[in-house]
Design a protein around this ligand. Structure first.
Ligand code: TEU
Ligand code: CA
Length: 552
């Protein structure tokens, strides 16, 4: 039942522009900097480049607060630079995705400035305005108890007109009102504008939040310690979401464009399938959050400590792999992005000596599953978080911030062992300090070393293409489900079958292949320790000795 499509066969490289590469020594990454590294990206074997928001913005939320969808932030370049970037990608046989952030705008967007200016301004209904509520003591309160993703109430009172506006994210990020038809039309215009410039599709920010329950009911109190509660039930996959997605989907289809929607909070399979099933023409795939929320604390609180087990991670994968495959849906596969800590620290937690082995293991574990793999800048060279200071000496809350802060993934890309890691010129102060481990971990060294993580990623992505039927279109079945040390699965397409086995620990693990139904193998086609001939020898029997973080 699974349709073939070019976007299923592709893989994506994500660029977060502020920290990618600085071309003019102002300490901030920019589009010409990206253009200068297109060969580096191409040689990794990816097919698509996703550029995070680069539009004009006050940068309250690093570009996820857009002040003008039709111009580029001065620090990143110009629309002409984006056109050059598109050209550069196309010349190399790659495509370019832009970020479409249309759940909210910046409060500096002209639409919002108009909207807040008076109740009868023609833009008033472009945003979500509601009158205050009053408690028993007559104190003014927000229209409901929803919490903002960035803390506090999701409503901001505006003295000027005496009403509150909704902001699911920062106060400076007012939510657009999709119930108002001109908003929908304005989004369609933006989509067409960039597609007409040659952009090949979009990553859509929190796209499942655009339709809200218009009664704006109070959310259930799930954590009485705080005044505000998660209202996701009333805005994640709201009543008109699929109508809105079909509206955008129709335009994307005209251009045969790519789409991936970010969808926090969504676990319901039926809802997900409505968005991604092949014939529905909504979006190609979504980013789900189950596996990356695995270490969050109770009460959906990211910065509370949470522990996790490998079997749980495997269960999340198994669920998404299975229901998508069975229903002609499609997965977006990712460990990292600009909001998530680095995967080596988080999912492998490897001692320094196994940093490289574990980064390779994670590449196999992710990219050989069913779905379109996404690689986030720096992941391809095994970047890790900065070693801030002695975590033992810190309060628990502070440790959690250090572990999970978005800054972990936002440090400048480590290009070489030159000053500032070659991200910006010598003597320049980069906008965010460079991870001092750049002297060891950097792209130049990785490109030079045939055994590097960078070249290994290229092998994994190459293998996926070489055995396209199996690794892209094959089914996915978990092997040895309860094992807390090993993640194993098979991919099968007609009479071709591949087995993938990954040791997630820092010790040698004896894995009983035989008792897991693997009586023999034909050959090892990729392994992060030996050449394939040695590995085929080593793994031909029924008992396998997997070295620390070995993947085969
Ligand atoms: O992120 C959505 C999302 O779920 C995050 O808000 C997440 O909960 C947050 O990072 C908590 O640490 C998207 C973008 O990826 C993010 O960078 C933006 O800040 C956010 O939307 C608002 O546009
Ligand atoms: Ca710059």
């Amino acid at each position: 039942p699974n349709h073939r499509a070019w976007w299923k066969e592709s893989s994506v490289y994500q660029i977060w522009p502020a920290s990618f590469k600085d071309s003019n020594n102002d300490g901030i990454g920019d589009i010409p900097g990206i253009i200068s590294e297109l060969d580096y990206i191409k040689n990794l074997g990816v097919d698509i480049v996703w550029l995070c928001p680069s539009y004009k913005s006050p940068q309250v939320d690093m570009g996820y607060d857009i002040a003008d969808y039709y111009s580029i932030a001065d620090e990143y370049g110009t629309v002409a630079d984006v056109e050059k970037l598109i050209q550069g990608c196309h010349q190399r046989g790659m495509k370019l995705l832009m970020d479409l952030v249309v759940n909210h705008t910046s409060d500096q967007h002209e639409w919002f400035k108009q909207s807040r200016s008076s109740k009868d301004n023609e833009y008033r209904d472009w945003y979500v305005w509601r009158p205050p509520r009053y408690d028993e003591d007559g104190n003014r309160q927000p229209p409901n108890n929803w919490i903002s993703h960035f803390q506090g109430s999701a409503w901001q009172f505006d003295e000027h007109t005496g009403e509150y506006y909704l902001h699911l994210y920062a106060t400076e990020q007012p939510d657009l009102n999709w119930e108002h038809p001109p908003v929908v039309k304005a989004v369609h215009d933006i989509v067409r504008f960039w597609l007409n410039k040659g952009c090949d599709g979009f990553r859509m920010d929190v796209i499942n939040f655009i339709s809200k329950d218009q009664n704006f009911p109070d959310a259930e109190v799930t954590d009485a310690r705080r005044g505000w509660q998660w209202g996701d039930k009333f805005y994640a996959n709201g009543p008109r979401l699929h109508e809105y997605l079909q509206g955008i989907g129709a335009i994307l289809k005209e251009y045969d464009a790519f789409s991936v929607g970010e969808m926090p909070f969504v676990k319901d399979e039926k809802e997900v399938l409505k968005a991604v099933q092949f014939d529905r023409n909504e979006i190609n795939m979504i980013f789900n959050f189950e596996h990356v929320d695995i270490d969050h604390g109770p009460h959906a609180n990211k910065f509370e400590p949470g522990s996790w087990k490998l079997s749980q991670l495997k269960e999340f994968f198994a669920r998404w792999q299975t229901f998508m495959y069975a229903n002609d849906g499609w997965n977006a596969l990712y460990w990292e992005n600009h909001d998530q800590p680095r995967s080596i620290d988080r999912f492998a937690n490897a001692p320094e000596e196994y940093r490289r082995d574990s980064s390779k293991m994670l590449a196999i574990a992710l990219a050989l599953q069913s779905g379109t793999p996404f690689v986030y800048q720096g992941q391809e060279i095994g970047e890790q978080k900065k070693d801030y200071f002695n975590a033992e000496a810190q309060a628990i809350a502070q440790q959690e911030y250090q572990k999970k802060s978005r800054d972990n993934a936002r440090t400048p890309v480590q290009w070489s062992d030159a000053e500032n890691a070659g991200f910006t010129g010598p003597g320049v102060k980069p906008w965010m300090s460079v991870n001092p481990d750049y002297v060891r971990v950097n792209a130049a060294a990785e490109v030079k070393d045939p055994n590097s993580t960078y070249h290994f990623w290229a092998s994994v992505l190459g293998l996926r293409k070489k055995y396209l039927d199996v690794f892209v279109y094959g089914d996915w079945v978990q092997v040895d489900k309860p094992n807390e040390e090993v993640f194993a699965f098979t991919r099968q397409y007609e009479n071709q079958k591949a087995l993938v086995v990954c040791n997630f620990t820092a010790k040698t693990v004896d894995w009983n292949a035989g008792s897991n139904g693997v009586s023999s193998i034909k050959e090892v086609i990729l392994n992060n320790y030996d050449g394939t001939t040695e590995a085929t020898q080593r793994f031909s029997g029924g008992k396998w000795s997997l070295r620390p973080y070995e993947a085969v």
